[in-house]
Design a protein around this ligand. Structure first.
Ligand code: GDP
Ligand code: IMO
Ligand code: MG
Length: 430
């Protein structure tokens, strides 16, 4: 039995989807435990590329795929994703399970995400606009609707009547919007149709997951976003609204911490970020442009160009601590193929001149202190034999590992499943 959490160690988009897909070969189930369709996890198989937003990336291997209670679900988008998979010849029947405790993203959540950002103006968070923040706000405020509420349509309608009145008041008076008010009839009709399509998948996912654990099955927990988008430990308020850390898997899937056997930290060989917020090693020069073009750094959900910068060892070292990382997958090393020199942030010069090797409370107004290493300056894209990796790359990997305090378990040299070197394939699965 193994319960392995896959967690992003930076600001998301580290390559979690690729690794989940790679490891799914040995997994009996894959579980999403937080976030919603703000996530965009890219999987390349054969010559096809698919981006999952809500459904766990294991679905492409037709593995049992579970949307846990900690996820916020936009049912219309979920149905769209199911249909896109069907077009690829992948049916979700018998594989998909949706927690009856997961929260619904309602139409007002999406509207308030957009209007809230507009109101914030230059202080906007740069959200994905998927209604994630407002949906979690209502969950914590006990004004949410859960997937299971739909199973009793009379009860659902009562909740809807109450909440539509409340949210129309917010629309008019708080957001001062002249947009069409939310309609009980329209939403009820839409959600009744969603229920018809999704009812077979709705279940108590905690029972299912715990039963799989009792049967000694291998389960992957697919984190979304990354450590520094965590609502507690990230660059608040420029974060998402869930606990993205490995710890979030327990509450978001309904399993005890004693069940977790490994935490695989997904680490991009440099750093990217989408949306607003501090980013100490961000590059605004041609090196940044080269990272963006070589790494195809454009958002998988919104298409926005990602901000790019050097590897930040302070960030990833903190992520190793916060998540209890037991091994790392180092991603996108091939993107560095054209660099003569690589830089790694090993310290921060704070605004008062002090040098820090730990993360200060705020990452604003910081000057990174860099260590330089020679690049390999040759093509490594697609290499699958460890012995063929250039010495400079091995030295870079060794230094990253030393600086962040965790072992490298997987090396990724391209977006495809097979463009990977698993240094110890039996490690995770006991
Ligand atoms: P996720 O959100 O963590 O799953 O990551 P995304 O899918 O948003 O972004 C990662 C991007 O990098 C995707 O386009 C992947 O196909 C791509 N990718 C993953 N691993 C590698 C790699 O080792 N090399 C290259 N060149 N691309 C990679
Ligand atoms: P994956 O799972 C990168 C960012 C947004 C914004 C902030 C808040 O693909 O790694 P939200 O819509 O969640 O309220 O936006 O979080 N963000 C992500 N950035 N990868 C993601 O997911 C992200 N999900 C949210 O850009 O800055
Ligand atoms: Mg992504």
């Amino acid at each position: 039995m193994a319960c392995v959490i896959i967690v992003g160690t930076q600001w998301g988009d580290e390559g979690k989807g690729k690794i989940v897909d790679l490891l799914t070969e040995r997994a009996d189930a894959v579980v999403r435990y937080q976030g919603g369709n703000n996530a965009g996890h890219t999987v390349m198989f054969g010559n096809k590329t698919f981006v999952t937003h809500l459904i766990p990336s294991g679905i492409l291997s037709k593995t049992t795929s579970i949307l846990g209670n900690g996820v916020v679900i936009d049912l219309a988008e979920l149905i769209k994703e199911i249909e896109e998979l069907e077009q690829l010849g992948i049916t979700v029947d018998n594989h998909l399970h949706i927690s009856d405790r997961a929260q619904l993203v309602m139409p007002w959540h999406k509207t308030f995400d957009r209007l809230g950002e507009e109101q914030k103006g230059k202080n906007k968070i740069g959200t994905t606009g998927r209604g994630i923040g407002p949906a979690y706000k209502d969950k914590i405020g006990r004004s949410g609707i859960r997937v299971g509420d739909l199973l009793d349509l009379e009860h659902f309608r009562c909740r809807l009547e109450e909440l539509v009145v409340e949210n129309n008041l917010l629309l008019e008076h708080l957001y001062k919007s002249s947009e069409k008010p939310f309609s009980i009839e329209q939403i009820f009709a839409e959600f009744t149709t969603f229920l018809k399509k999704l009812k077979p998948y709705i279940c108590d996912s905690t029972l299912l997951i715990n039963k799989l654990i009792e049967q000694d099955k291998n389960i992957l927990f697919e984190g979304a976003q990354g450590t520094f988008l965590d609502v507690d430990h990230g660059t608040y308020p420029f974060v998402t609204s869930s606990n993205t850390l490995a710890g979030g898997a327990c509450a978001g899937a309904g399993i005890g911490p004693t069940r977790i056997t490994d935490v695989l930290g997904i680490v991009k060989a440099y750093t990217t970020r989408v949306g607003s917020g501090p980013f100490p090693t961000e590059l605004f020069d041609e090196d940044g442009d080269l990272l963006r073009s070589e790494g195809q750094e454009f958002g998988a959900t919104t298409g926005r160009p990602r901000r790019c910068g050097w590897f930040d060892a302070l960030l990833v070292r903190q992520a190793v601590r916060l998540n209890g990382v037991t091994g790392m997958a180092i991603m996108k090393l091939d993107v560095l193929d054209k660099f003569e020199t690589l830089k790694i942030a090993v310290g921060y010069r704070l605004s008062d001149g002090e040098l820090s090797e730990n993360l200060p409370r705020s990452l604003e107004n910081i000057t990174p202190v860099y260590e330089e290493m020679p690049g390999w300056n040759c093509k490594t894209a697609g290499i699958t034999d460890y012995k063929k990796l250039p010495l400079e790359m091995l030295a870079y990997l060794k230094r990253l590992s030393e600086l962040v305090g965790a072992e490298v378990s997987i090396i990724s040299t391209g977006p495809k499943r097979e463009e990977s070197i698993d240094l110890n394939p039996n490690n995770l699965w006991n």
